[in-house]
Design a protein around this ligand. Structure first.
Ligand code: SAH
Length: 186
């Protein structure tokens, strides 16, 4: 499947980002926002997954996390390739409003009363994915900023998935839809 993703990527006009060595990184118009996360392992995992699926930017609460040993261990070299920017939790709401004004749909990943089930709807192409905090989930002021809330259906007893795992499932479903529509990375 990845080979197919890569092959398809080659035939579409792409957004590009500079990559080490003077080349460029092909990307999808998706920003993943981890401003509310505090664990460097989760942010490191997100850096890796975001790089692999060609997301545009990973937002972190503090860029110092990239110097953390556990971030580096989980992200492998993704921290060097992935475009990252810093938005602390206190600036998250204005950041989301700015991105909406630039045409991004603000999509939250959360178990909420108004959530739509992952797989039951078509994703907008250009979006910011907002993740909830590891322990407390999504605060009300951020929930109010979301254009769409997505929930992953669960069968087991445990209340929630790990945040990086749930983000990865969403990123895959988005990529799958874009691939099916023939617009992946294009
Ligand atoms: N402790 C919180 C949940 C925290 S889980 C609670 O129980 O309410 C951390 C984050 O992972 C959530 O905020 C959400 O962004 C994501 N997440 C985990 N499981 C999810 C699911 N089944 N559907 C959607 N998002 C999920």
């Amino acid at each position: 499947v990845i080979a197919e993703l890569q092959a398809r990527a080659g035939v579409h006009p792409l957004l590009t980002h500079p990559a080490p060595g003077g080349g460029s990184r092909r990307c999808q118009p998706v920003i993943i926002c981890g401003s509310l996360l505090s664990k460097s392992t989760n942010l490191g995992g997100l850096a890796r997954t975001s790089e692999i699926f060609g997301l545009e930017t990973l937002v972190v609460p503090d860029l110092k996390v990239t110097e953390d040993t556990s971030f580096k261990e989980v992200s492998v070299s993704a921290g060097e390739w992935m475009t990252m920017m810093e938005v602390p939790p206190s600036k998250l709401v204005p950041y989301l409003r700015l991105k909406r004004s630039e045409g991004y749909c603000i999509v939250g990943l959360e178990q909420a009363a108004r959530s739509k089930t992952l797989g039951s709807f078509a994703f907008p192409r250009k979006m910011v994915i907002v993740l909830g905090a590891e322990l407390l989930g999504m605060p009300v002021d951020v929930l109010q900023e979301l254009d769409l809330v997505v929930e992953i259906p669960q069968l087991g007893l445990i209340r929630s998935l790990n945040v990086h795992v749930s983000a990865s499932l969403l990123i895959w479903e988005y990529s799958r839809q874009m691939l099916e529509a023939g617009g992946l990375l294009g």
